[in-house]
Design a protein around this ligand. Structure first.
Ligand SMILES: *Cc1c(COP(=O)(O)O)cnc(C)c1O
Length: 227
C-alpha cells in the first residue's frame, strides 16, 4: 500500500514539474469505492490525505468506522437530491454537482448543519449520454445560479472524459474544461472561485496535470483492480 501510494505521489510530482508547476499544486484523491474500511485505514496510515467515495451508503459505513482519522472526504459519484442530507454531513468537497435542484437540496441541508458546503460543478464535456454533468453550454448559467445559494461555495469544475486506451486521447477534454474554467473565472461571479480542476484518473492523470488538474482522482493504481 505504502509503496503504491509513494509511487503515485512521485508520478504526480514528476508530471507537475515537467510542465513547470509546483508539485503541491496537485492533490491526490484516493478513490476508495468498493474497498472496505480496513483497506482504507491502511491507505490513511500510508499517507492518503483525501478519500474519494462514489456511493453514499458505502461511504457511510466507512465514515462511521474512520470518522476520527485525519483525512478529508470527497464525494465524486452521482448524487441524488434525496441523499443530500448524508452528503453534507460527511463530505468536505462534493465534486459532482450538476443541477440547480441538487445544489438547492445541499444548500438546505448545509444551512441546517450550520455549514458552508464546498462543491465543484461537474461538466459533461464529451456530451456522452451515459455521463453525468451539465453540458458545457449550460455551465456558466448553472454556476451563476448556484452562487446565489448562501450555504454553498463553488470552488471549481470536475469532468470525466470518455474511456480511452491511450491517455493522450483524453487531452482535448481536459483542455476544454481548463478553458471553461478561465471563461467562468473571467465572469468574476461573486462568491465563486475557480481554484480547483478535478480531472484525471489512473489511466490519464499525467495528461490531466499537464492541462491544469489540481485534484486527480486515482483508485486502481493505489488499491489494485476493483472486484
Ligand atoms: C472510480 C472513479 C475514479 C478512479 O478511477 P481509477 O481508474 O480506478 O483510477 C475517478 N473518478 C471517478 C468519478 C470514479 O468513479
Amino acid at each position: 500500500m505504502k509503496e503504491g501510494l509513494d509511487r503515485i505521489r512521485k508520478r504526480i510530482a514528476d508530471a507537475a514539474v515537467r510542465c513547470g508547476r509546483e508539485p503541491e499544486s496537485v492533490r491526490l484523491v484516493a478513490v476508495s469505492k468498493t474497498r472496505g474500511a480496513d483497506l482504507v485505514a491502511r491507505a490513511i496510515d500510508a499517507g492518503a490525505a483525501i478519500l474519494g467515495e462514489n456511493y453514499i451508503q458505502e461511504a457511510r459505513d466507512k465514515f462511521n468506522a474512520l470518522y476520527d482519522r485525519p483525512v478529508q472526504w470527497h464525494f465524486i459519484g452521482h448524487l441524488q437530491s434525496n441523499k443530500a442530507k448524508y452528503a453534507v454531513r460527511m463530505f468536505d468537497l462534493i465534486h459532482s454537482v450538476d443541477s440547480l435542484k441538487l445544489a438547492r437540496a445541499l444548500d438546505k441541508e448545509a444551512r441546517k448543519n450550520d455549514k458552508v458546503q464546498e462543491i465543484l460543478v461537474q461538466v459533461n464535456i464529451s456530451r456522452e449520454a451515459s455521463k453525468s454533468g451539465i453540458e458545457e453550454s449550460g455551465a456558466v448559467d448553472l454556476v451563476t445560479r448556484i452562487s446565489g445559494l448562501e450555504n454553498i461555495r463553488v470552488k471549481g469544475l470536475m469532468t470525466m472524459p470518455p474511456f480511452f486506451d491511450a491517455p493522450e486521447q483524453a487531452r482535448p477534454f481536459f483542455r476544454e474544461l481548463a478553458r471553461l474554467r478561465v471563461r467562468i473565472a473571467d465572469q468574476a461571479i461573486s462568491g465563486v472561485s475557480m481554484d480547483e480542476l478535478s480531472m484525471g484518473m489512473t489511466g490519464d492523470f499525467e495528461v490531466a496535470i499537464d492541462e491544469g488538474a489540481t485534484l486527480v482522482r486515482i483508485g486502481t493504481a493505489i488499491f489494485g483492480p476493483r472486484q
